[in-house]
Structure formats: structure tokens, C-alpha cells
Design a protein around this ligand. Structure first.
Ligand code: ADP
Ligand code: MG
Length: 282
């Protein structure tokens, strides 16, 4: 095909040799199949901020790392320099997340390059070498659904152990490759420790997996992997190979105010006794 304008500079730089065709155009980006030497790869061209939809909400950009305070101030004020910085931070967030997750052993497309707002990465393929379908376009048997659900829950755990919550995980952002599910589309990924919305996003991601695979395997519907994973994470006890049950007991019933007051009184009494002993000793 005739190469689109946004890929011109990558052709000139020799980062890609030709553009084969356009894959599905999503909400926030256009994705092309490109040739690089003997390899077939995938080029994700981010749309301009003005053409994008919801994901630059404060939720996602909270605590994004910026280079310096001038940049931070400009981003907060929304000056042109600020908007450009916001834009760059948004696009590079996906590249950062891909490198971090690949390093943590999560199955994501291998990133190759990021240039002029274009991400070059592995083309995820099916058994025939064609671009892999999204989960949403595939039907599963009950057994397959349970297997893929378990695989993806383990991936969510590995991501969280690497400090990342996807934030938009669903059947639309997971491809079914020849070797199993591959998680894509990460510009909104958030820092699990530094973002106040991380918990809510993790729970929503895990609910989306449950609801999707639950259509094929209804016994997944009552599971509660999200709260179980988050509670382990919060206690610093989440490991990449955690064995989960899918069951979660919320902390027991109403708060026992009387009991708490008694604890406080006991501590006071103990402290008073200690002071008395110290006085007596001196
Ligand atoms: N690495 C990849 N390999 C194969 N197909 C991809 C790849 N990345 C994206 N796609 C295709 O392009 C579509 C849009 O990409 P995505 O990263 O989800 O962007 P958007 O923000 O527009 O949803 C995906 O649904 C998928 O079909
Ligand atoms: Mg998408």
C-alpha cells in the first residue's frame, strides 16, 4: 500500500522497508503491518491527543514520571509545551511498560523501536502467520476458557509484581497467538504503588477477564481473584508464582469499637505503669 504520512520518516530512516497493510484501527491508534528486512512487524501510530477518547483521564496520568519541574508545571497548566510533554509521556508510557513487562516475563509484543510517535513491535500472529485475532473474535470451549483465564490471571499477577496495572485489560486488548494469549495496548498502564486508582483498575481488569471467560465457563463467574490478588499485594506477599484460590473473605464483619477502646485503655495503663517504674528507679 501507499505508505501513510506518519510512517514516511521511518521509511526514510530505514527503520521500515515497506508498509503491507493496515490492521484494525482502534480508538487511539492506527496499526499497520510493515516489512523490516526479512521480518514482518507491526507499527502502531498514535492518534493526536484531540482525536483520542477517554484514557488521558486524571486517573491514568496521576503520578506519571516527568523529566523536571518545568515540564510538570507546563503539563499542569496545559501550555503548548505542556501538551507536547503530556503527549510524549503518554506515548512513551506504552514503550516503558512493554520493556518492563517483557523483562518480567509477561507475554507482550517485543518492542523494537519508538520513533516520531510510532511504536515498532513484534506482529503477534496465529498458527498461519497471520495477525492474531482478539479474544473477542474467538469462541472457546469450557476447558479452553478455564485454561486461558488461569494463564491470564497469572500474567496479571506477574504484571503487578513488576509494579504495573494494565488499566484497560479486556477481550479487546488480548490477542490469541499460536502460543497462547498476548496482552497488548498499554499506554494507560499505571504504576501500582504510586497511583491511588491502581486498586480499582486492577479489580476492573480482573473482573473483565472473569466476565468474558465466564460466558464459556460459568463456574468462573463467582470467583474473586481480584480482591485476593490485591490483598496479597498490599501485604507485600504477592509472588509471581502465587497459588490463588479465587476465593476471598473480606475482613470480618462490623468493626468492634468496644474492643479497640479496650486495647487503647490497656496500652495507656501499661504506659502509665512503665512511667511509674522508671520514676521509682531514678
Ligand atoms: N503487536 C500486535 N500484533 C498484532 N496485532 C496488533 C498488535 N498491536 C495491535 N494490534 C491490532 O491493532 C488493534 C489496535 O491496537 P491497540 O494497541 O489495541 O490500540 P487502540 O488503542 O487503538 O485500541 C488491536 O485490537 C489489534 O487487533
Ligand atoms: Mg485496544
Amino acid at each position: 500500500m501507499k505508505p501513510p504520512k506518519r510512517l514516511q520518516s521511518l521509511l526514510e530512516e530505514g527503520l521500515i522497508d515497506s508498509v503491507v497493510r493496515q490492521l484494525m484501527s482502534g480508538k487511539e491508534a492506527q496499526v499497520f503491518v510493515v516489512r523490516c528486512g526479512d521480518d514482518t512487524r507491526c507499527a502502531k501510530v498514535y492518534k493526536d491527543a484531540t482525536q483520542r477518547s477517554f484514557r488521558q483521564a486524571v486517573d491514568y496520568t496521576e503520578n506519571r514520571k516527568v523529566k523536571n519541574t518545568r515540564q510538570a508545571r507546563a503539563m499542569a497548566k496545559g501550555t503548548r509545551f505542556g501538551r507536547e510533554a503530556t503527549e510524549a509521556a503518554w506515548q512513551s508510557a506504552e514503550v516503558d511498560a512493554l520493556y518492563r513487562l517483557a523483562g518480567a516475563g509477561v507475554r507482550v509484543p517485543t518492542p523494537y523501536n519508538f520513533c516520531d510517535g510510532v511504536l515498532l513491535m513484534e506482529l503477534v500472529t496465529d498458527a498461519n502467520g497471520d495477525a492474531a485475532p482478539r479474544l473477542n473474535d474467538v469462541a472457546f470451549s469450557e476447558v479452553e476458557a478455564r485454561t486461558h483465564h488461569a494463564t491470564l490471571i497469572a500474567e496479571v499477577v506477574r504484571m503487578l509484581c513488576a509494579g504495573i496495572v494494565h488499566g484497560d485489560l479486556s477481550e479487546f486488548n488480548i490477542l490469541l497467538a499460536a502460543d497462547g494469549p498476548v496482552i497488548i495496548d498499554l499506554p494507560q498502564a499505571v504504576d501500582a504503588a504510586g497511583n491511588n486508582h491502581a486498586q480499582r483498575m486492577l479489580l476492573r481488569d480482573v473482573d473483565n477477564l472473569r466476565d468474558f471467560f465466564g460466558r464459556f465457563a460459568p463456574d468462573l463467574l463467582p470467583t474473586a481473584y481480584g480482591p485476593e490478588i490485591w490483598s496479597l499485594f498490599e501485604r507485600g506477599a504477592l509472588l509471581p508464582d502465587a497459588v490463588l484460590t479465587g476465593r476471598f473473605e473480606a475482613a470480618a464483619g462490623p468493626v468492634d469499637v468496644g474492643g479497640v477502646m479496650r486495647e487503647i485503655d490497656d496500652a495507656r495503663a501499661e504506659d502509665a505503669a512503665r512511667r511509674l517504674r522508671m520514676q521509682a528507679a531514678s
